[in-house]
Design a protein around this ligand. Structure first.
Ligand SMILES: Cc1ncc(COP(=O)(O)O)c(C=O)c1O
Length: 460
């Protein structure tokens, strides 16, 4: 970025930010003495802040979102062209980019059929919960209304999305929560709840069945799961897990809702995370990477069988899905999303994600060999985590402030990395990496070298 005095003086914006903006996930006392980070510009994998400092972004906009990188003029053009033609109409009517994007999306999701638009991951999940609840009322007299969620998974920020979230620190102080949501155990083998276990994946899935039997299968309508847990510690599923989960859902007639808000649209090297594991979901939600943050859009995608519950009886005026999201009618979202998908296809970004993801995992394993503090590395595609421990033997997690000092050290080296934060009491100890799908080896080298240096300086 070219900082010429007068033209690129952002001091007024920085001061206004300090005085008036309430930042997400932030304790603000420090901004009385230090400037808040204000990002001015982005290009490819890099962003520049108000002081003109360049940062290599290893987390795609902080929260695994900007999948195709910054500064994509073709997306900006597609959005502009759409806005001057038609910016908005409530989605009780159609619009052209919405229809075309839905078709293209469904082509990538064999077995799925219908797309419901809204504008955040939390909202997409709320739609799914309403779908499940309405089916319970229409088909099962309201009985099959419970929704299972998993310890360590996150499904959003609204009270009901938090009610289905398995992270105690995210929930603390925001209750009481929506009734009818029931937790099942996590599936992180590194922190096995069942001791040494030859077939941990099957055991972890059976733990779900135990909860279903305890609650009563006729009361459970759905289970919501991340294909790979993101903010709960980048948890890739253990072998055998998903096959058993799918079987259990079929056995008890439970809808399988996969939350692809993070993994969706390329992050793991396939269009969707669930496609690595042969899963056949009933409902899939997605948000972040759908338009790479160029416009706000989220989708709740269902099978035709789920959709059919809401159209098969036109004589019942209460049977259709009586839901609306005002901004689900913004045409900029699907216009950006269509162009985002074109870029991923034309630039072979799924292949790049697989190749670069393998390289990144390799380099992270190298860090594990070198630094005893790295207890475990996990990941799929360009979605990776390194869990830090005080002691390899006992696996005692390092303190959250140590993890944050490593993030700060990388920031001072010009590399933005992430970490699990204020999510799980005692377990906010995983460094998170999710570089844009366009990354190259030299970007990843710079990221890993920054972490290497920071780990070397960290005192446990
Ligand atoms: C797996 C998952 N689901 C849902 C959400 C909520 O998305 P949003 O912040 O867009 O509401 C998030 C956000 O981080 C997420 O990681």
């Amino acid at each position: 970025m070219n900082l010429s005095p007068g033209v690129n003086d952002f001091s007024e914006a920085v001061e206004s930010d300090r005085l008036h903006v309430w930042h997400h996930l932030s304790q603000h006392k420090k901004y009385e003495t230090v400037d808040p980070l204000v990002i001015i510009e982005g290009k490819g994998m890099r962003v520049w802040d108000a002081k003109g400092v360049e940062h290599l972004d290893a987390v795609s906009g902080g929260v695994w979102t900007v999948n195709v990188g910054y500064g994509r003029e073709s997306i900006a053009d597609a959005v502009r062209d759409q806005l001057v033609r038609l910016n908005y109409f409530a989605n009780s009517a159609g619009n052209v980019p919405g229809a075309l994007f839905a078709k293209k999306l469904i082509e990538k999701m064999p077995g799925m059929s219908r797309v419901y638009f809204s504008n955040s991951g939390s909202e997409a999940n709320e739609k799914a919960y309403k779908i499940v609840r309405q089916i319970a009322h229409n088909r099962y007299g309201g009985k099959k209304h419970k929704i299972l969620y998993r310890e360590r998974d996150y499904h959003g920020t609204t009270i009901t999305a938090l009610s289905s979230t398995g992270q105690n620190q995210r929930k603390d102080q925001y209750g009481p929560f929506t009734p009818g949501f029931v937790e099942v155990p996590h599936c992180l083998e590194y922190r096995s709840q069942y001791g040494e276990c030859a077939d941990y994946g099957t055991r972890a899935a059976q733990a779900i069945e135990e909860v279903i039997l305890r609650e009563g299968p006729d009361t459970v309508g759905a289970i919501v799961l991340e294909p790979i847990t993101a903010g709960g510690g980048v948890i890739t599923p253990p072998e055998g897990y998903w096959e058993t989960v799918q079987e259990i859902c079929r056995k008890y007639d439970i809808l399988l809702h996969i939350d692809e808000v993070v993994c969706g649209v390329g992050r793991t090297g396939k269009w969707f995370g669930y496609q690595h594991y042969g899963i056949e979901p009933d409902i899939v939600t997605m948000a972040k990477g759908v338009a790479s943050g160029y416009a706000a859009i989220s989708c709740t995608v269902t099978t035709e069988a789920v959709f059919d519950h809401f159209k098969s009886d036109p004589s019942d005026p209460m049977s259709y899905f009586r839901d609306i999201s005002t901004f689900g009618g913004c045409a900029a979202g699907p216009a950006a999303a269509l162009e985002n998908m074109r870029i991923i296809e034309d630039e072979n970004l799924l292949d790049n994600t697989t190749q670069m993801g393998a390289y990144l995992m390799d380099r992270l394993h190298g860090l594990k060999e070198k630094h005893a503090i790295v207890g475990d590395v996990r990941g799929k595609g360009l979605f990776c985590g390194a869990e830090l421990v005080r002691d390899r033997e006992t696996r005692e997690p390092v303190a959250e402030n140590l993890v944050q000092s490593i993030v700060a050290d990388c920031l001072s080296q010009g590399v933005l990395i992430g970490a699990t934060n204020r999510s799980l009491d005692g377990y906010n100890n995983t460094l998170c990496l999710s570089p844009a799908l366009i990354c190259r080896k030299d970007d990843l080298d710079q990221i890993v070298e920054a972490i290497d240096g920071a780990l070397g300086r960290a005192t446990v």
